[in-house]
Design a protein around this ligand. Structure first.
Ligand code: HEC
Length: 105
């Protein structure tokens, strides 16, 4: 049991470290805004959605947004709408969109 706990703590620490380094990857918010037109239909023009089932993105953490978009794209996180939306996004698109939505208040 102790060994299991230690192993868990080690992997949590490793995950925290890799997320911290992801936070350093700064996308281009202006390019993200230009790309966000297709997202606005559901997530709102200012990143605030008007549907109870569509999450707000404004002010969300950049690294979190990027990791969720990559998970949708890879199929690790599944949602019919977002799986379709994320398919055409490049890594740069994801970084830029994440920077844009994180910059909104
Ligand atoms: C057709 C509607 C629709 C469109 C268009 C759409 N989304 Fe989404 N999005 C959703 C829904 C619904 C969810 C919630 C998915 C779930 O429940 O897992 C979501 C979830 C997300 C999440 C995860 C939010 C969280 O809190 O975990 C991100 C990030 C995201 N969308 C970004 C985008 C981006 C960027 C675009 C444009 C490229 C986009 N979405 C276009 C409907 C949409």
């Amino acid at each position: 049991m102790k060994k299991l706990t230690a192993a868990l703590l080690t992997s949590v620490a490793a995950a925290t470290l890799s997320f911290a380094s992801m936070g350093a990857s700064a996308g281009d918010a202006a390019a993200g805004k230009a790309k966000s037109m297709t997202c606005a239909g559901c997530h709102g023009a200012n990143g605030i959605s008007n549907n109870g089932m569509w999450p707000n993105l404004a002010g969300q953490k950049e690294a979190y947004l990027a990791s969720q978009l990559k998970m949708f794209r890879s199929g690790e996180r599944v949602n019919p709408m977002m799986t379709a939306m994320s398919k055409g996004l490049s890594d740069a698109d994801i970084a830029n969109l994440s920077a844009y939505y994180a910059s909104l208040k």
